[in-house]
Write a protein that binds this ligand. Structure first.
Ligand SMILES: [Cu+2]
Length: 151
């Protein structure tokens, strides 16, 4: 009976898209990588950045859902948090380590992010670390396929 109740609650939360069960997701700075590289969240969830010594976190222009506010932490801002309400994918960087691959992605909502084409177009206009931004998009798509979110 308890199991059935849990399923019903989950189904209800999905139907209502309710932030009632908002979750906090933790992303770590590890050497010059974000771990995990791809984070999945629901609208209303919070993202928290830890192990930030020597790192910052900032969204890349044009690489977030339409109408979403970007973010920029301070350098080394331990526990910097951001709440994400808009569905779609957000691509963010660490400024000092962007060119060595410290670019991550957060997918908010079910399925494949609806702004994928926009992200790919925006990646073309990135000046510094463009190949690393494209690498993150490639890895995100691989992960979306692997997790059955995308064909
Ligand atoms: Cu860094």
């Amino acid at each position: 009976m308890r199991f059935k109740t849990a399923i019903t609650a989950t189904a209800l939360a999905m139907i209502l898209n309710a932030p009632v069960f908002a979750t906090e997701h933790v992303i770590k700075g590890v050497i010059t990588n974000w771990v995990p590289l791809v984070t999945y969240a629901k609208p209303g969830d919070t993202i928290k950045f830890i192990q930030m010594a020597g790192h910052d976190s900032e969204t890349i222009e044009g690489m977030m859902p339409e109408g979403a506010a970007g973010w920029k932490s301070k350098m080394g801002e331990e526990g910097f948090s951001v709440k994400l309400d808009k569905e779609g994918a957000y691509v963010y960087k660490c400024n000092p380590h962007m060119t060595t691959g410290m670019v991550g992605a957060i997918v908010v909502g079910e399925g494949a992010p609806s702004n994928l084409a926009t992200l790919e177009a925006s990646a073309e206009t990135v000046k510094l670390g463009k190949n690393m931004v494209q690498r993150t998009l490639r890895k995100m798509k691989e992960d979306l396929k692997k997790t059955g979110r995308m064909q």
